[in-house]
Design a protein around this ligand. Structure first.
Ligand code: UD1
Length: 421
């Protein structure tokens, strides 16, 4: 296994370029299952989760070719309809093939994802939506077995909870269903907007894109002609580098972003007394005299993203005063707290609320363990300001979602290197 060694108390400077969004790219790769043509997707992030999803496409009988940051995917000869445990266990997002495969072939088998480090994360809402569209679902030997012998029919679906993956699966299924599907309480994340736009550009009528009510007219199993496109920038990677600038109190320009997608992050950094300069495709974080504490509640987009919670917790350890973070989406998403405590942070947990007593220069380098993707990035940020050396173990979590992390951080002045255990 590999680990990262970071020497702290560094200043960052310069510019960093953000990659394509992993969480947009995953459903977009799944959407290629709806197509009859080869599709070239560019600005693909080079991260492990994308490679895992491509492996799944390959196992299902599709093909792909990589060329720089573009990947050409052809699912016209896709024939296997089973997503097996060996892939699903490493990446929950594999569940995203369920909607498109079921809609195209009338049946699909996906290993149940099970729990993960940040909580139970059920898929009941995905299944309920597909059932409303006429699917018959059985759980057999740890697999979701879905069938729709007469094809999926358009339906009215009201999600009890806002679910990103559930909305994506339903939109993809609805695209090939027979008739009109209405999704009420749909998720509105930029990643969902892009998925809907790509499907709409392929000729499927979708009303309400970017709102909580989507109306989709299905093609009744006629496969789509999806046009080539670029993946949107990763707002979470961008937010992580913004927090890296803030925690080290450095001026850093973050390029190739969509500032509109970063509004909640920008506004919390401003509350913490940072000035953020914006232009069309970049944001620049300016240093501050004093980091102010902040209160954060994680919610669905356009609210503050749960995927940025851990990074802001690291930043709050450097604020002057007490901050709170109320995690509303995932019940067990505070795994980073015990590691931040090992670095010397003063954090108290009460249910889903963390209270962080911050002050400057409190962290000391030591060995810490990455527990999930975003928790790991909080450890990287903390290590940048900690006194001395921090070794972050189990960094395969980071590799799932951050492209060339050491390269990008080294370029802006961080002292970071990767070693084998
Ligand atoms: C996606 C993101 C993840 C992000 C999360 C919330 C991807 C690949 N992952 O995950 O990075 O943290 O959105 O923004 O895009 N739920 C149910 N039943 C379901 C589905 C979800 O109860 O069938 C619950 C979940 O446990 C959670 C909440 O709904 O409490 C939101 O989950 P959801 O939006 O579905 O997250 P993911 O799509 O898994």
């Amino acid at each position: 296994m590999e680990y990262l060694k970071i020497i702290g108390e560094t200043n960052l400077s310069g510019e960093v370029k953000i990659s394509g969004a992993k969480n947009a790219a995953l459903p977009l790769i799944a959407a290629t299952i709806l197509a009859k043509n080869e599709i070239s997707i560019c600005n693909m992030p080079n991260v492990v989760d994308i490679n895992t999803f491509l492996k799944l496409i390959d196992k299902l009988g599709g093909t792909f070719k990589k060329e720089n940051d573009c990947i050409k995917i052809d699912t016209s000869k896709l024939h296997n309809t089973t997503a097996t445990y060996d892939i699903v266990k490493t990446m929950r997002a594999s569940i995203l093939v369920l909607g498109p495969i079921l809609a195209r072939f009338g049946h699909c088998e996906v290993s149940l994802p099970g729990g993960c480090a940040i909580g139970q994360r059920p898929v009941d809402l995905h299944l309920k939506a597909l059932e409303a569209m006429g699917a018959v679902i059985k759980i057999n030997h740890g697999y979701i077995e879905a069938s729709a012998p007469n094809g999926l029919k358009g339906a009215k679906i009201v999600f009890d909870k806002v679910t990103v993956g559930g909305t994506e699966n339903t939109v993809m299924a609805a695209a090939l269903a027979d008739g009109e599907t209405t999704i009420i309480n749909a998720a509105k994340e930029p990643e969902i907007v892009q998925l809907c736009e790509i499907i709409r550009n392929a000729g499927v009528s979708i009303e309400g894109i970017g709102t909580s009510k989507l109306i989709i007219q299905g093609t009744n199993k006629e496969l789509l002609n999806i046009k080539d496109f670029d993946v949107i920038p990763d707002r979470i990677e961008a937010g992580t580098y913004m927090c890296a600038a803030a925690i080290t109190n450095s001026k850093l320009k973050i390029n190739k972003v969509i500032p509109l997608h970063l509004e909640a992050i920008i506004s919390k950094l401003e509350e913490m007394n940072f000035e953020i300069l914006q232009d069309e495709n970049s944001v620049t974080v300016m240093p501050t005299d004093e980091i102010k504490p902040v209160n954060i509640v994680t919610t669905e987009y356009p609210g503050f993203p749960t995927d940025m919670q851990a990074q802001f917790m690291a930043l709050a350890t450097q604020a002057k005063g007490t901050s709170t973070i109320d995690e509303r989406l995932f019940e067990n998403r505070f795994m980073h707290v015990s590691e931040l405590l090992r670095l010397g942070a003063d954090i108290h947990l009460n249910g889903n609320i963390a209270t962080i007593n911050g002050s400057k220069n409190t962290l000391n380098g030591t060995d810490v363990m990455a527990t999930d993707l975003r928790a790991s990035s909080a450890l990287v940020l903390s290590a940048l300001v900690a006194q001395g050396e921090t070794s972050i173990h189990r960094i395969y979590h980071l590799d799932r979602g951050y492209e060339d992390l050491e390269g990008k951080f080294s370029n802006i002045g961080a002292n970071v290197a990767r070693f084998k255990e």
